[in-house]
Design a protein around this ligand. Sequence first.
Ligand code: HEC
Length: 154
Amino acid sequence: MKKRSRARGRKKEKQALLFIVAGAIALAAMAAAAILSHVGQEDQAFTVEVVPAALSQEGEAGAALFKVNCQVCHGPNAAGTKLGPPLVHDIYNPGHHSDEAFYLAAATGVRQHHWPYGDMPAQPQVAREEVSQIIRYIRELQEANGIVYKAHSM
Ligand code: HEC
């Protein structure tokens, strides 16, 4: 009699252990799925098609500065990459992001708010006059791609 109940006890222990192991596996799978979906999100790139613009002299100067200082994240023709958003995008039309937003972005960086890329680090190596030229370049690209001033209602 005693032997039997001990055997039953052991069986219960085994069941409990199996239950715990199964639970742990399920948790690990959920954690892995969460991590994977997060990684997937970080890899997301919101690139756009950009028609190159006929640039003014100031725009040309800005293009060269953009290439050196901004392109690594914002991409060739400011079309975006996996590290930063396209600036030739309607949310950066001059009514929503004035030139001041560009001066601020270069001087102090940008807190993540529109995209899942994280913060933009400040670019203090770019002087204000140089940012002006970069702005000219971006605005000329925007215009060539039909992105024009729209009053921002907020
Ligand atoms: C290391 C990557 C990186 C570099 C280099 C970089 N940016 Fe950015 N930038 C970002 C990211 C990421 C955002 C988006 C932040 C958000 O809105 O979530 C951003 C946003 C911006 C914005 C929008 C600001 C706002 O108010 O929403 C402007 C303008 C901008 N960048 C201009 C520039 C210019 C000009 C340069 C070069 C001088 C530059 N960026 C270099 C990553 C970068």
